[in-house]
Ligand binder design. Structure first.
Ligand SMILES: Nc1ncnc2c1ncn2[C@@H]1O[C@H](COP(=O)(O)OP(=O)(O)OP(=O)(O)O)[C@@H](O)[C@H]1O
Length: 579
């Protein structure tokens, strides 16, 4: 519990005046709450002794009403402030988490499952909210209320009776602390399992077409059922302990009642207490049930909140493995790969091995090779997606390790193999590459990417809504929207990573001719499986197991005896190229 509060001390210190006011209001409201039982006891004693007058009765009645109304207003004010802060911190943490998600490199997403990350942004945030809202209310209310009642019982009624009646309470505290710890452990496990189930739910929805086409619905449902069952089992383990809290509290407080009634009756007999005092005492005991139960809940809620906060902090404290040291700007687009070697953090072998390529501004580089030969890996080094390997990658004379990755990426237009589109209009998806682009720039990007004929067929043209991840569009259309999105940036360096695979040969040629015309001064890199897409390139490299196996222009490569020539022959004789 202290851990949880300590970790969020930055928030409390930012809002210290507010929390001070909350504490003051909580203490006052708790004092107000112990007044009515005193009034009841006094009334009983006044009636017993025959001293009750109409005037006193009215006075007690009005006092009662005044106390109830002011307690209500006080409770309302500080509850409102505390719950408001809980939502405030939930949204601050969620925003920080989202900002972190946006900065972390691909290796972070390889280590963490999407479902679990979503669980952190949703379920864990709810647990933190509960600890900050309900948890803190309970902490303040229950602790001050408990203390006030015990003090009032001891010093305004009978110290000895209070001592005996409260004897069973330490037992409850020990059990509650123990249960709280067990719950926290089980809660972390159930949250993990929730993450796994979340991930499975995502895959089921994303892969629904594939599942249907392979008639795997039953197998998928069975596998999902397994994950749901696992979550249910772990959740039930938490609930099993959770459900123990209230009965335990009632049981222990009932022991106190028995003591209070028994020993209270003896004290009344001995003339040390009045009947009114015993009644007041028992009302106070009854009022102890809530704070005692709440204290138990408090441990539980705070432990859960703390476990969730740990999970969120784990992401917030993740350091990006791609270090940003420099702030230099790429002005033109000369690129030199000098003996670049690289191995993925999760890989046991070299994924790039001594790659050397020199590109002048305005050059077009074609990268070809078997699948898995390292083409995308080379591009990822250029985009600073992974930590730099050995050798040097120099852009305009500056080593990439000294370049600021945000500025570097601003100068690169990248069309990846996956064409991810947002659930927005076609126009918004294109403008994502350059939100401030003019209508002329938009038209040019559409023309160069050969998207105009498709737009003419769409009922709402540029205003057509793209379904979730662009499901309403064909693969080729999605690719061309992605190409238009990169072209509208008019980047110094344009990279196509197998970005022409879903367009027909005629459209491919049209796009390549357009790009050649429009980007004479700028560098273009085309990764492809189709040799036709790089035939025009100034330099073509053939990769094999991360190494450059061949390099040259198309004319040079078809003359040498290698993979490129064999692929080209295969292609020209009408066979399937590749591998
Ligand atoms: N994130 C990763 N972690 C570990 N190994 C990886 C990772 N990504 C790719 N690899 C491995 O690196 C090698 C090169 O992969 P890369 O994606 O660069 O190949 P590619 O030539 O682009 O293939 P394709 O033509 O199929 O797209 C492969 O052996 C692949 O298994």
């Amino acid at each position: 519990m202290i851990d949880f509060i300590y970790k969020l001390k930055w928030y409390f210190s930012e809002h210290k005046m507010k929390y001070l006011l909350i504490v003051v209001l909580a203490v006052i409201s708790n004092f107000m709450e112990v007044i009515p039982p005193q009034l009841i006891g006094r009334t009983i004693d006044l009636i017993n002794t025959g001293d009750m007058t109409i005037g006193t009765m009215w006075l007690i009645f009005l006092l009662f009403i005044a106390v109830i109304i002011s307690t209500y207003l006080l409770l309302y004010s500080w509850f409102y402030m505390l719950f408001g802060s809980a939502y405030d911190i939930e949204s601050i943490l969620r925003m920080r988490l989202m900002q972190k998600f946006l900065t972390l490199s691909p290796s972070f997403y390889e280590r963490n499952k999407t479902g679990d990350l979503m669980a952190k942004a949703t379920n864990d945030m709810r647990s933190i909210n509960r600890a900050m809202g309900f948890g803190l209310i309970t902490l303040l209310d229950a602790s001050t209320f408990l203390l006030t009642i015990i003090l009032v019982m001891a010093f305004t009624i009978n110290l000895e009776l209070t001592f005996y009646a409260l004897l069973p309470l330490p037992l409850l505290i020990i059990i509650e602390v123990y249960l709280g710890r067990m719950i926290s452990k089980r809660h972390t496990e159930s949250q993990k399992s929730f993450g796994v189930m979340n991930d499975a739910a995502l895959e089921v929805v994303e892969g629904v077409r594939l599942t249907r086409s392979y008639v795997q619905e039953e197998a998928e449902a069975a596998s999902f059922k397994g994950k749901t069952k696992d979550y249910l089992d772990r959740f039930m383990k938490v609930e099993k302990l959770d459900a123990l809290f209230q009965p335990l509290t009632i049981f222990v407080v009932s022991l106190s009642f028995i003591i209070a009634f028994g020993y209270g009756a003896v004290l009344v007999n001995e003339g040390e207490m009045t009947v009114g005092e015993v009644v007041t005492f028992n009302i106070y005991l009854n009022m102890l049930i809530w704070p005692m139960f709440a204290m138990g809940m408090l441990f539980n809620i705070m432990q859960r909140g703390n476990a969730s906060l740990n999970r969120v902090e784990e992401v917030l404290q993740t350091e990006d493995d791609v270090v940003d040291t420099g702030d230099s700007i790429v002005e033109s687009s000369e690129i030199d790969f000098e003996h670049v070697s690289f191995s993925y953090p999760a890989s046991s072998r070299q994924n790039l091995d001594g790659v050397t390529i020199h590109l002048k501004a305005g050059d077009t580089l074609g990268i070809v090779g078997k699948t898995g030969s390292g083409k995308t890996t080379l591009i990822r080094q250029l985009l600073k997606m992974y930590p730099a390997g050995t050798g040097s990658l120099i852009i305009d004379g500056i080593n990439i390790t000294r370049l600021n990755k945000k500025e570097l990426r601003q100068r690169i237009g990248y069309v990846s193999q996956e064409n991810i589109l947002f659930s927005r209009t076609v126009k918004d998806n294109i403008l994502f590459g350059n939100p401030g682009a003019s209508d002329d720039e938009l038209d040019r990007a559409i023309e160069v990417s050969a998207l105009d004929s498709d737009l003419a067929l769409m009922q709402k043209g540029l205003q057509t809504m793209v379904g979730e991840k662009g499901v309403a569009l064909s693969g080729g259309q999605k690719q061309r929207i992605s190409i238009a999105r990169s072209l509208i940036k008019d980047p110094e360096i344009l990279i196509f990573d197998d970005a022409l695979s879903a367009v027909d040969a005629k459209t491919e040629q049209q796009i390549i001719d357009n790009i050649k015309r429009e980007r004479k001064e700028k560098t273009t890199i085309i990764v492809t499986h189709r040799l036709s897409a790089v035939r025009h390139a100034d330099v073509i490299v053939v990769l094999e197991d991360g190494r450059i196996a061949e390099t040259g222009s198309h004319d040079e490569l078809v003359k040498s005896d290698g993979w490129y020539r064999r692929q080209n022959q295969y292609y020209e004789t009408g066979g399937e190229e590749n591998d």
